[in-house]
Design a protein around this ligand. Structure first.
Ligand SMILES: [Zn+2]
Length: 374
């Protein structure tokens, strides 16, 4: 029997449009939707329920974001320019303003709130908001292509819905700085991020010494990794840290950010995970979360074919459905995407392999020294 899962999607997700030349191209979300459809997962008799998301309400957004920032997003979406919006991180730059920005961002955030409600209802064990995962958004500013922090809204929904302890796991190539920031002083939320080191990649944070403060001390956990980190090194770091931290924290719900940019073909980041290594990470996390409600979101991912492949496999893994590796012919004809898994392998120089292994081991040692692993 497939596991009961929901997929949150609408073509309106394409309205989060940062421009034709921007690295974030949301046609990738439509490609995931169509590939799931091509495999028959979303048909009325299929194993996954396709659910149309609803926008987050102003009250839900204000649970995470400051009123002045929310107002700035509204103004930016109406075409206002200058310091009144740019000091909130809203265009020009990484997160350019566009018409209807508030509505589009509220819809993304609402998708993760809906996913949280769906798993709280008990009807679904996992719900995947493919447009979510905007982990760089801070309470008072947009950053790194992210406007509202849907993940923080989803976590608040779980806490309000009766969950006492929520674990957030982020495998995007970039540090989940916005989510960490939102819960840095909150002991009810454990944030774990494995990412390319901030010494080499945006946003420049996410080191082992960032462990949380006050009530949140010991509930922020970061594993920075060297560029060129491949499957084996990534998994050794994961295995040394994540199961222990989760066993210690004992969460009653999970929120996952599965940015696809840790894959070796991503043009913006330098980690070297293969599709098999990356999916093994997702499988491990789903096993650790077994029996608990799981909210899944997308995130980064700038090679749109890689994103379509990986997130389609994520939805299938949530539903415990095995997909044939050969993509249905009509889809392949449309998108030139013949297989789900990689057909090529990354080539990593021995020098970088050794450096990445030593770097990961060093980070694990530093984490041990902080005491966050118990
Ligand atoms: Zn990323």
């Amino acid at each position: 029997m497939p596991r009961p899962t929901a997929f949150l999607y609408t073509d309106e997700f394409l309205s989060y449009n940062l421009g034709g030349k921007h690295p974030l191209q949301q046609t990738r979300l439509q490609m995931v939707h169509r590939l799931l459809g091509a495999y028959g997962l979303l048909s009325p008799q299929g194993p996954v329920d396709w659910i149309t998301p609803t926008p987050a309400t102003p009250d839900e957004i204000l649970e995470v974001h400051t009123p002045d920032f929310v107002e700035a997003v509204q103004r930016a979406g109406r075409g206002e320019k200058g310091d009144a919006v740019s000091r909130y991180g809203l265009g020009p730059g990484d997160t350019p303003a566009f018409p209807g920005m508030y509505e589009a961002a509220a819809l993304y955030a609402g998708g993760t709130v809906d996913a949280a409600r769906l798993v709280l209802s008990g009807q679904y064990e996992a719900a995947f908001n493919v447009a979510g995962g905007l982990h760089h958004a801070h309470p008072n500013r947009a950053s790194g292509f992210c406007t509202f922090n849907d993940l923080a809204l989803g976590i608040h929904t779980l806490l309000r819905g009766g969950c006492d302890r929520v674990a957030y796991l982020d495998i995007d190539a970039h540090h989940g700085d916005g989510v960490q920031d939102c819960f840095y002083h909150d002991g009810r939320v454990l944030t774990i991020s494995l990412h390319e080191s901030g010494r080499y990649l945006f946003p420049g944070t996410g080191f082992p010494g960032e462990v949380g403060e006050g009530d949140g001390e010991g509930t922020s956990l970061n594993v920075p990794l060297y560029p060129y980190t491949e499957d084996e090194v990534w998994h050794a770091a994961f295995d040394a840290v994540v199961p222990r931290a989760l066993a210690r924290f004992a969460p009653d719900a999970f929120v996952l950010q599965v940015g696809a940019d840790a894959h070796w073909q991503d043009p913006l980041a330098h980690l070297q995970l293969t599709s098999r290594g990356w999916m093994e990470a997702v499988a491990k996390i789903l096993t650790l979360a077994e029996g608990k409600p799981v909210v899944v979101t997308g995130g980064g991912g700038y090679n749109i074919r890689t994103v379509a492949r990986l997130w389609t496999m994520v939805q299938a893994a949530c539903a415990e459905v095995a997909l044939p590796d050969t993509v249905p012919a009509a889809y392949d004809a449309l998108y030139n995407l013949p297989r789900l898994h990689d057909t090529e392998r990354p080539v990593i120089e021995e020098k970088y392999r050794n450096e990445s292994r030593a770097y990961a081991a060093q980070q694990v040692m530093e984490l041990e020294a902080t005491g966050v692993l118990g």
